[in-house]
Design a binder for this molecule. Structure first.
Ligand code: ATP
Ligand code: MG
Length: 332
């Protein structure tokens, strides 16, 4: 069976971008003839500073978010990256396969390191090699992600290709990115040129999965837009990034195409469209956030689910790491 792997960082609270670009897709792929493996990538989160108590809370909250969104820990393997040491072990091998020049070209590195690259962590620079290891330690073939991770997945393919070439093997599969749907890149509500991110310092830039109805309505009401009415066709969204973003969000939440949405709302001013979007967002998100809140009351249960998931993940990863060591010539 084809194997799906993906992860989300416990680097803050889940956003609507994470939900539409990643989590919702994870749920859709579950039980569709794939073996699905989903992860809280805590080792990635600490590539930038995380307060220890916040990291613990965010990890459990992310686990609750996965389960509340529909990930069934029986059907999928759900676990915490750091608890399966094989990820970090394979990442070291990949650090020795990947080239500095490849890493320097990564836009996430350039964005997150900012102007002062000398002061960014070495882990942030090596992030994509760990991500390649996350995927390839399971020989995963399909990786559902948002558009922003496309470049890292190409690098994963490059690492697999170079490893296979250097060691004259076909051991690692060449992974397929799965970047689909109307909301593969949800933009900030304050700036249509910036991705919505859980680590953005501005809370008004994003909708959090834990926001209540009032907060969601207020953020959408204040979302940046242009003064024109909505177009009736998708071409009319060109050069209107904020309008496009809100329409994409609506389409993804409603499971409709952008064309269908515009057929209904074309000609309406934002003052009419925004309340429709808020109502839809609240209807879709509030059952998830209330289930998250309920699960957060039972941290021991969450930890037990993650421990069980780690054991199942390790059972797949350990033999693949062992074979990798054999190929490399490491005596183990
Ligand atoms: P951070 O700001 O800490 O990087 P993030 O919000 O970017 O957090 P990640 O944990 O880095 O979230 O990414 C988890 C998944 O969510 C990835 O598949 C990523 O592509 C997807 N994703 C993140 N932001 C968006 C977005 N704005 N639109 C669509 N998908 C997104
Ligand atoms: Mg990110």
């Amino acid at each position: 069976t084809p194997r799906v792997f993906s992860g989300i960082q416990p680097s803050g609270g889940l956003t609507l971008g994470n939900y539409l670009g990643a989590m919702k897709r994870f749920v859709e792929m579950q039980g569709q003839g794939f073996e699905t493996i989903y992860c809280m990538v805590d080792l990635h989160a600490i590539t930038v500073w995380q307060d220890p108590d916040a990291l613990r809370r965010q990890t459990r909250e992310l686990a609750a978010g996965y389960i509340a969104s529909g990930i069934d820990p029986e059907k999928s393997i759900l676990f915490n990256q750091s608890q399966v040491a094989e990820h970090a072990q394979l990442a070291w091998i990949f650090n020795c396969v990947a080239r500095m020049g490849w890493m320097k070209r990564m836009t996430q590195w350039k964005d997150k390191a900012g102007k002062n690259q000398e002061n960014a962590s070495l882990g942030l620079f090596a992030y994509p090699a760990l991500m390649a290891a996350d995927i390839l330690v399971y020989h995963a073939t399909h990786v559902p992600v948002g558009e922003d991770q496309k470049q890292h997945l190409e690098l994963t393919r490059d690492i697999a290709t170079k490893f296979n070439h250097d060691f004259k093997t076909d051991f690692f599969p060449i992974t397929e990115p799965v970047i689909e749907g109307a909301a593969t890149r949800v933009m900030s509500l304050r700036d249509g040129s910036k991705k919505m991110s859980k680590s953005d310092p501005s809370d008004a830039s994003r909708i959090n999965m834990t926001d209540d109805a009032d907060a969601i309505a207020q953020k959408i009401r204040k979302a940046k837009t242009d003064p024109d009415a909505l177009p009736s066709e998708a071409d009319g969204l060109e050069n209107r990034p904020e309008a496009r973003n809100l329409v994409n969000i609506f389409a993804a939440l409603a499971d409709q195409s952008v064309d269908d949405v515009l057929r209904d709302v074309g000609g309406k001013p934002f003052s009419e469209f925004k309340p429709m979007l808020s109502e839809l967002a609240v209807a879709k998100l509030s059952p998830i956030s209330s289930e998250m809140a309920r699960l957060m009351q039972q941290p021991d249960e969450i930890d037990a689910i993650l421990r069980k998931g780690s054991d199942r993940a390790r059972a797949i990863a350990a033999p693949i790491l062992k074979q990798t060591y054999d190929i490399v010539g490491i005596v183990s």
